[in-house]
Ligand binder design. Structure first.
Ligand SMILES: Cc1cc2nc3c(=O)[nH]c(=O)nc-3n(C[C@H](O)[C@H](O)[C@H](O)COP(=O)(O)OP(=O)(O)OC[C@H]3O[C@@H](n4cnc5c(N)ncnc54)[C@H](O)[C@@H]3O)c2cc1C
Length: 570
């Protein structure tokens, strides 16, 4: 069945009865025990826990992206090339972030002469979204479609922070937090060998005001390991770190790459219209309908349990396309505001270091191979933002040949956003019954329902952002002078790529406004789990991945318990 998205087609697509799902020659049929959509760190945390803690379960990952390096899900920054030239990695990140929602542009080209075809209408080419209101967009957000997800390029700073509406109790979070650190390979002290790191950390501890903030200046916890064969380089954790040694599991693990998860299929029950009609309902997912993007053929993957961990946009997108859309799907979206600048370290600070051994060759008292600073000023209720004082590549902020890169320090301050039901990503039209609306059928470039952002910052958010910017400038002034071109600025909304809330977990009393329970099992389903930053139920300031891995470990154990309850012949 060719995939078309329109509200009409949606019905056909989602509700194919299982007895029809076995054959058509064009469709491959795969049987597994656990089918996991996605292959980012959260999908891999599910896979690892299930493979380790269930004696026999087979796990199949289904990933829309390709395997882009020689190590399955490895961090791309582990190449010597990028460790020698961090600016080059900026382009890798730029290429990795595929925009989600772009309003159509003016198609009028004033310099287009001659006999070229042109129109005075706005063209809706692939990837353009006529429903996107520009000032409600998160234009900077991007999806990374590759084996390993965003962890192929992330900065590797995992955190956990107190979340008000967290259905997982504190004691569990602490135990699971330690497990998450182990899975992610967190080592907080790998930069203590760096002169610059210590200089920045001690300066802030000494000078930051009020002095009560002193203890909030710490080594940034990093999922990284310094290499023993060559301590100039490090190994950044990626999805491969989480998966561990896959050879242990033999044929129990498999991954389908460049394969789009289209929808989750439920058996059709005999509704009032008789067998074969009526919506697919019931508490059990029967299989995943997927599309092999190499040859555009469908694959049907039958399993006993299902996890959708396709990021904060991809996960609700698949649920939407499967007709699973509790009220909260895509809602309560939070994203960080991001204030950024770069400074060149002060002369006084550099002069305070021991003199360089050979000033002719190297006038700076910092060796060429000195690792970069990796310092954090932690979130606190009085200063409700998370501050990274470090040097790393993002999709912006390359230093270039303007100044000695050893003198440059990046400041990235992440601000909270109040959790609000109206901040959301929505898919398709508000009212799918309105079939006459031509915009309803707009798809993204992969043929799934087009996401549209409706996100604004509240007055309180804006006031907090203002205070955060002020704080960043104060911190910057303690350390140095602004690098020309990298003056204090707010970055494009969404560029923090930390969207949360779109598939929230919640307590039973919050069922109406959450998508899944505290074990990430989708409400009213027996065998469907969701994973990823979308599960984080409330606003946070810190980086989200560790919190999502904590939630995933708990979910994976609930899934294992479910598998154990199923009779063997099932
Ligand atoms: C520049 C940058 C810096 C970052 N720094 C940090 C940091 O310091 N700390 C931190 O905590 N976080 C950071 N992050 C974010 C972090 O990488 C994510 O939080 C994390 O990767 C989320 O894991 P995930 O598995 O939920 O989702 P993802 O890593 O996004 O993986 C989702 C996967 O699902 C796949 N997918 C999507 N749709 C489909 C579909 N229909 N079918 C099949 N597969 C699909 C995607 O291709 C992708 O591989 C950073 C990200 C970037 C890009």
């Amino acid at each position: 069945m060719p995939f078309r998205f329109s509200p009409g087609a949606l019905q056909d697509l989602v509700l194919t009865p299982p007895e029809e799902l076995t054959e058509p020659a064009s469709r491959r049929f795969i049987r597994t025990d656990v089918a996991i959509a996605g292959s980012g760190p959260v999908a891999c945390a599910y896979a690892r826990i299930i493979l380790d803690e269930h004696p026999t379960a087979r796990v199949t990952l289904i990933e829309i992206g390709a395997q882009d390096g020689k190590i399955l899900g490895g961090h791309h920054k582990n190449s010597v090339k990028y460790q020698k030239d961090i600016d080059a990695f900026v382009n890798v990140i730029k290429g990795a972030l595929q925009p989600v929602s772009i309003p159509p542009e003016d198609s009028y080209l004033p310099t287009l002469g001659g006999d070229a075809w042109t129109t005075d209408k706005k063209l809706i080419s692939y990837g353009r979204n006529p429903n996107q209101v520009p000032n409600k967009n998160l234009k900077g957000f991007g999806i990374t479609r590759t084996v390993g997800g965003m962890a192929t390029h992330w900065t590797s700073t995992p955190h956990e922070e107190e979340i008000i509406r967290n259905p997982i109790n504190k004691q569990d979070r602490e135990t699971l937090g330690k497990e998450a650190d182990k899975l992610l390979g967190v080592n907080p002290n790998e930069y203590d060998v760096s002169i610059r790191h210590k200089l920045v950390r001690e300066t802030l501890k000494d000078k930051l005001e009020p002095s009560s903030r002193k203890d909030s200046v710490v080594n940034m916890p990093l999922a990284v390991k310094r290499r023993t064969d060559n301590p100039d380089y490090v190994t950044w954790s990626g999805a491969d770190t989480i998966l561990g040694d896959l050879t242990k599991y033999g044929k129990r693990f498999q991954i389908l790459t460049e394969t789009r998860v289209t929808s989750l299929e439920r058996p059709r029950i005999n509704g009032p219209g008789g067998p074969g009609t009526g919506p697919g309902t019931g508490p059990d997912i029967h299989g995943i309908l997927a599309r092999d993007l190499h040859n555009n053929s469908d694959i049907y993957i039958k399993a006993k349990a299902f996890v959708v961990a396709c990021g904060p946009i991809g996960t609700p997108q698949i649920l939407f396309n499967s007709g699973i859309r509790p009220h909260a799907l895509g809602r309560y979206l939070c994203e960080h505001s991001l204030a950024f600048c770069q400074i060149v370290l002060k002369r006084g600070l550099i002069d305070s270091l021991p003199k360089p051994p050979d000033p002719e060759k190297n006038p700076l008292p910092i060796p060429y191979n000195d690792p970069e600073p990796q310092v954090q000023i932690s979130y606190s209720p009085e200063f409700p933002w998370h501050c990274q004082v470090h040097r790393d590549a993002f999709s912006y902020g390359d230093v270039g040949p303007r100044v000695d890169p050893r003198l440059v320090v990046d400041l990235r301050f992440f601000g909270k956003q109040e959790s609000n039901v109206d901040n959301r990503v929505k898919f398709g039209p508000d009212n799918p019954e309105k079939l006459g609306d031509w915009k309803a059928g707009v798809t993204d470039i992969y043929g799934l329902p087009q996401p549209t952002f409706e996100v604004t910052r509240s007055v309180k958010d804006q006031q907090n952002d203002h205070r955060m910017m002020d704080d960043m400038c104060k911190v910057a002034n303690l350390l140095g002078a602004y690098l020309p071109g990298s003056y204090p600025q707010f970055m494009e909304p969404g560029l923090a790529v930390h969207i949360t809330g779109t598939t929230r977990i919640g307590k039973p009393e919050h069922k109406a406004e959450s998508v899944a329970d505290s074990e990430s099992r989708v409400w009213d389903f027996n065998n469907l789990w969701v994973g990823g930053n979308g599960c984080i139920p409330d606003s946070i300031a810190c980086n989200p991945t560790k919190t999502s891995v904590i939630i995933a470990i708990k979910g994976a154990r609930a899934l294992i318990a479910h598998l154990k309850e199923i009779p063997a012949h099932h």
